[in-house]
Design a protein around this ligand. Structure first.
Ligand SMILES: Cc1cc2nc3c(=O)[nH]c(=O)nc-3n(C[C@H](O)[C@H](O)[C@H](O)COP(=O)(O)OP(=O)(O)OC[C@H]3O[C@@H](n4cnc5c(N)ncnc54)[C@H](O)[C@@H]3O)c2cc1C
Length: 534
């Protein structure tokens, strides 16, 4: 069978494409997903990421290489492996980033990617609970709703931030991002709204869409008479090797995410020549940027013991845990309906900056690592991350075997600016806790602890306690320089019949959580792809 489009990966981007490219019934589309169907009920309960993260049935369970910037620690890097991809296991927070992020992409020479250009695609994707306005849309596939949780300690954080000069902001995705307020969620009536739910469900019965799960894409196929033209893809379903062929004028679209897309290119001989040669892979197209430019947000999780009940007390207590379950079953509200964090703070570590450079994800709970057992005291966490890190890592395959995981080198905190910013961010966390609004609640700082005082000690603590906040991007960056992998229409440079559409194309990470920007990228790409066909 021949297809007009073969999409690799049914994640945040892939599900959007599968819907938009099949909508008018003219194109035949094959969507390949390495994971299974999104049948696990925990995928659909917002708090279920505590169950689906680190579970190999829904998470790839990657691990980074020991990172010098983290004193040699290696981190768990969850990535969704099911329909919906990472949007099926993520923390549901709906953040678009700053207008300046996209204007910067445009300044780098990427035509059509300024904020003015991309705003219509954010609006088109959205079904905003609060109704439409200049920034928000209604009637789109992706439901965006208000935080269904309101707690005394969360309100104290909102007051505390204002006390230190951060303005109140009830819409981080509106006129300005700076401020403090509750996050909004990609949720619908208390259920997760992944892209599989939002985009794939309405499209899955279309006669021109074939969806194959448990299908691992292995390598691209090229024309015999034109070694630069992609003609299809080899993939494996369990032990069976299959081939998907493109119809004339067709395209393979890689939406396998910031790890999967560069991995598949490298496996197909498209990437840094020296790396491929070392592994005995014939170099089809030397593209040195494939797998480079890796960026992520690193969260510094500071933990405070407080004198009011937090989710630690509720989840560690059988009766209260049952009450949380009952509240969710009856009303679809409460702790089971909330996202990974409740209160957001976007602020600046230096007054001369034009826009916020750090984001707090405040949580009325604490644990040694996200997704594992809560502490046995009443704890809150002020997770803070730098929004636009300057450190750049890379991803490199280790073997020609498509099932082998690539080596992930995040190079966290390797840039001096990033080191200064996390130290400043940790000091702002302490400033918040010392406000009139919060200090009456604080029993003490548990992590890293008040004995950690100097800049050097704080930086060292950051290296020891930080975790990914799950936003790897940039490994097939869009642009024009020699490290660019795709052009501004997301076509792989130097090849034909091949695009990359997912978080990996971001030239610079957006200032916030990366799901909504990835969905926007796919919305915009679908228009570009259909326009090229017309
Ligand atoms: C635990 C977690 C929490 C997060 N929290 C938030 C949040 O609260 N808010 C937010 O905005 N963002 C969050 N993110 C980030 C956000 O979800 C991602 O940036 C976004 O989903 C990336 O979309 P993508 O399409 O690039 O990749 P993905 O959604 O990861 O999709 C890639 C898909 O490709 C499939 N695939 C990969 N390789 C192959 C192959 N060889 N063959 C076939 N299929 C393949 C994968 O299984 C996957 O389904 C979180 C992510 C994680 C993991």
């Amino acid at each position: 069978m021949e297809f007009d489009y073969v999409i690799v990966g049914a994640g945040s981007a892939g599900c959007v494409l599968a819907n938009r490219l099949t909508a008018d019934g003219r194109c035949r589309v094959l969507l390949l997903e390495a994971g299974g169907r999104d049948a696990n009920p925990w995928i659909h309960v917002p708090v279920g990421y505590f169950k689906t993260m680190h579970d190999p049935r829904t998470d790839w369970c990657y691990k980074t290489e020991p990172d010098p910037g983290l004193n040699g620690r290696s981190l768990a890097w969850p990535r969704g492996k099911t329909l919906g991809g990472s949007s099926s296991i993520n923390g549901l927070l709906y953040i678009r980033g700053q207008a300046q992020d996209y204007d910067h992409w445009r300044q780098l020479g990427n035509v059509g990617w300024s904020y003015e250009d991309v705003l219509p695609y954010f609006r088109r994707s959205e079904d905003q609970e609060r109704g439409p306005d200049t920034y928000h849309g209604v009637g789109g596939p992706l439901s965006v709703s208000n935080m269904p949780v309101d707690r005394e300690i969360c309100r104290a954080f909102i007051d505390a931030a204002q006390e230190i000069g951060v303005p109140a902001n009830d819409d981080f995705n509106g006129a300005t991002q700076e401020g403090v307020g509750y996050f909004q969620l990609t949720a619908r009536k208390g259920w997760r709204c992944s892209t599989a739910v939002a985009y794939l469900r309405p499209a899955r019965r279309r006669a021109n869409l074939v969806i194959e799960t448990h299908a691992l894409a292995e390598n691209l196929l090229f024309a015999e008479d034109d070694p630069r033209r992609v003609t299809g893809l080899a993939y494996r379903v369990k032990r069976e090797r299959r081939t998907a062929r493109l119809a004339p004028g067709g395209e393979v679209i890689l939406s396998a995410g910031a790890i999967g897309s560069p991995q598949l290119l490298q496996l197909s001989g498209v990437g840094p020549g020296a790396l491929l040669q070392e592994l005995g892979i014939p170099v089809r197209h030397h593209l040195p940027g494939v797998g480079g430019n890796l960026q992520d947000h690193l969260q510094i999780r500071m933990v405070y013991e407080v004198n009011v009940r937090t989710l630690n007390d509720e989840i560690n207590n059988v009766f209260r845990r049952m009450m949380i379950g009952l509240q969710y079953v009856l009303f679809r509200t409460g702790a089971m309906a909330m996202g990974a964090s409740q209160v957001g703070i976007f602020t600046r570590t230096r007054p001369e900056l034009e826009t916020p450079d750090i984001q707090f994800h405040v949580q009325p709970l604490s644990a040694d690592k996200p997704g594992i057992e809560m502490h046995d005291f009443s704890g809150v966490t002020t997770s803070v991350c730098q929004l636009r890190p300057e450190s750049r890592g890379h991803i490199a395959i280790r073997s020609p075997d498509p099932a082998a995981y690539p080596a992930i080198h995040p190079a966290y905190l390797s840039a001096a600016r990033d080191q200064e910013t996390v130290v400043a961010a940790m000091r702002i966390s302490r400033k918040l806790m010392a406000t009139d609004a919060l200090s009456p609640y604080v029993v003490g700082e548990r992590v890293p602890g008040t004995d950690v005082e100097s800049d050097e000690a704080l930086l060292d603590a950051a290296r020891n306690i930080s975790e990914t906040i799950y936003h790897p991007v940039g490994t097939c960056k869009m642009g024009h320089d020699e490290m660019a992998v795709v052009d501004d229409r997301l076509r792989v440079r130097g090849l034909s019949g091949l695009r990359v559409v997912d978080a990996s194309i971001m030239p610079v990470i957006t200032s916030g959580n990366t799901n909504a920007p990835t969905i926007m990228i796919a919305e915009k790409a679908s228009d570009m792809i259909l326009a090229a066909r017309a």
